[in-house]
Design a protein around this ligand. Structure first.
Ligand code: PGA
Length: 249
């Protein structure tokens, strides 16, 4: 059985005390699911406090981005080893907001993924089409190009250590979710693409769905054969909603 993951992307939300409080609520609630890995990705500034609050718990910690470089004169950047030493196991890469507001390309995401893997972090590589692209019938072209660009040069061993998140841009933070069928179609496409590179890496690849996942649609989405969990934005900021989504997996 493939690994199932429910990850909270807290984006630029929450001060350190608010982050600590949200973690406290998650740990006090029913946030454990034997079938799924639970992960939270707070802002960089809160990672250390989050790691402390999560110590000894079942919830893992991730970064929302990282630099492609190991260290040096890169003002404002955070390296893979910094994430690792603070206790992170995962890092979100190529989120559509990074692509949109920071002009991140597939090439850059590819270099970041290689740096994450070299350091021992699990990259969660995000791909997804815009509304215009979907309406123009270009979903598979766009997602295929993003996938091939982001995975360029990764061998079977590397491909067994990554996670992919399919996040249609038109569904992020908009309240519009892809239907389970729409999501499943793209997830199957992504899996086939990776299987073409390495069959077993493709079979085992956890592919998360992201984009307005809520307690009322999580179950149906995650019941699809190629959907292995979710990357949750807005709803992961409310402990009750996030717990409901964890339990829907
Ligand atoms: P959303 O965000 O759940 O608020 O749509 C998902 C994401 O951007 O990862």
């Amino acid at each position: 059985m493939r690994q199932q993951i429910v990850a909270g992307n807290w984006k630029m939300n929450g001060t350190i005390p608010e982050t600590e409080n949200l973690i406290k609520q998650l740990l006090a609630g029913d946030s454990k699911n034997e079938r799924a890995t639970v992960l939270v990705c707070p802002p960089f500034i809160s990672l250390q406090a989050a790691a402390k609050a999560l110590e000894g718990s079942h919830i893992k910690l991730g970064g929302q981005d990282m630099s492609e470089h190991e260290k040096g004169a890169y003002t404002g950047e955070i390296s893979a080893s910094m994430l690792l030493t603070v206790g992170a196991s995962h890092v979100i890469l190529g989120h559509s907001e990074r692509r949109q507001y920071h002009a991140e390309s597939d090439d850059l995401v590819n270099r970041k993924a290689k740096a994450a893997l070299a350091a021992g972090l699990t990259p969660i590589i995000c791909v997804g089409e815009s509304l215009e692209q979907r309406e123009a019938g270009q979903t598979e072209d766009v997602v295929g190009r993003q996938m091939r660009g982001c995975l360029n040069g990764l061998g079977p061993d590397d491909l067994k250590k990554i996670v992919v998140a399919y996040e249609p841009v038109w569904a992020i933070g908009t309240g519009k979710t892809a239907t389970p069928e729409q999501a499943q179609e793209v997830h199957a496409f992504i899996r086939d693409l990776v299987k073409d590179i390495d069959t077993s890496a493709g079979e085992d690849l956890p592919i998360l769905y992201g984009g307005s996942v809520k307690p009322n649609n999580a179950k149906e989405l995650m019941a699809q054969p190629d959907i292995d969990g979710s990357l949750v934005g807005g709803a992961s900021l409310k402990a009750d909603d996030f717990i409901a989504i964890i339990n829907a997996c």
